[in-house]
Design a protein around this ligand. Structure first.
Ligand SMILES: [Mn+2]
Length: 322
């Protein structure tokens, strides 16, 4: 693949230019296993670097970091003058990592769609078609060159972000097989890290979301909406196992905004990242993500935002027909 070769070239140039430098390797807010695994793998090439996040880790990322002993710092507490620059993995949008605005960005590795991405770095490796940043990083470093801990982390990142291979290519399986050969961990154990058991309170939040599901049937597509206090992405993923599109809203009182988590079935012909972008813009917020998994923030109450999600999706479905 031409693009792979080109990206490897960029990566090698980056390595040569920054060898021995002290970097902050950062990922997006509410960091997930893909972001943390990618940051960790990159950090093995830059001894003395630190891994940092804007706020917190999600359950999977927390479990992974504990298992292999990844130290994660908070971005706001780091002294910029102690570092030679920041590398960002698994996002290229300032909304996902506000602190990055104050840093000199030297490298971005990401697999999110170009819309909504507004960060620029000296070295940029973006592959919107890649199912995970972990797979990209494994390809850039060379899966065969990783150590056991790195191979474990990247395996978990790949399984987590593909949602059990819903979005995967032959390359995904090849890369994972290579990594599993190195970390010698059975798939079931990796899966346990990629999809950790939800806490009881998270399970209850999802159950409440299910109780409140409303749906409409439009031109052979079932579109579901609901609200929850938390765990909107868990609820959206579960509902989209059945519905063609799921929009789950959660009101964030501190930010005075609604967060939407959107998931689509294989069948839905419209990219939810486009829907989320339009919804965010309509309410003074932002949106984006992937075609099948996207999100938005909106300065409006959940009911109105969910209505807008459905309206925008239906408009786009109608446009497809024409
Ligand atoms: Mn990712």
């Amino acid at each position: 693949m031409d693009r792979l070769r080109k990206n490897r070239e960029i990566f090698e140039k980056f390595i040569a230019a920054f060898r021995g430098k002290k970097l902050v390797i950062a990922t997006h807010r509410k960091a997930d296993a893909d972001g943390i695994a990618s940051a960790y793998a990159l950090s093995t090439l830059f001894p003395g670097s630190v891994i940092a996040v804007p706020d917190e880790l999600d359950e999977g990322a927390k479990k992974l970091a504990e298992k292999i002993g990844i130290g994660v710092k908070t971005l706001g507490r780091l002294k910029k003058t102690s570092f030679d620059g920041m590398a960002v993995v698994d996002t290229s949008a300032y909304t996902m990592i506000k602190d990055a605005a104050e840093w000199k960005l030297v490298l971005i590795i990401d697999h999110h769609e170009a819309e909504g991405s507004d960060m620029k770095a000296e070295y940029m490796i973006i592959e919107p078609d890649s199912p995970s940043t972990a797979e990209m990083v494994a390809g850039l470093i060379g899966a065969g060159k990783t150590d056991g801990k790195t191979a474990f982390a990247l395996s978990v990142g790949i399984i987590a972000d593909t949602a059990r291979f819903r979005s995967s290519s032959a390359g995904t399986f090849e890369t994972l097989a290579g990594l599993m050969g190195i970390c010698k961990t059975p798939y079931v154990e990796l899966l346990d890290y990629a999809e950790p058991e939800l806490s009881s309170s998270a399970k209850i939040a999802v159950m409440k979301a299910l109780q409140r599901v409303q749906f409409i049937w439009h031109a052979d597509y079932v579109i579901a909406t609901t609200e929850t206090g938390s765990n909107e992405s868990d609820a959206a993923s579960l509902i989209a196992d059945i519905a063609d599109a799921a929009f789950v809203a959660s009101w964030k009182n501190k930010e005075r905004e609604t967060r939407i988590s959107a998931r689509a079935s294989k069948k839905l012909p419209v990219g939810l990242n486009e829907v989320m972008k339009e919804v965010g813009l309509a309410f003074g917020g932002k949106g984006g993500g992937h075609k099948k998994a996207a999100g938005a923030s909106a300065k409006e109450h959940p009911e109105a935002v969910l209505k807008k999600c459905v309206d925008v999706l239906i408009t786009k479905l109608e446009e497809k027909k024409r």
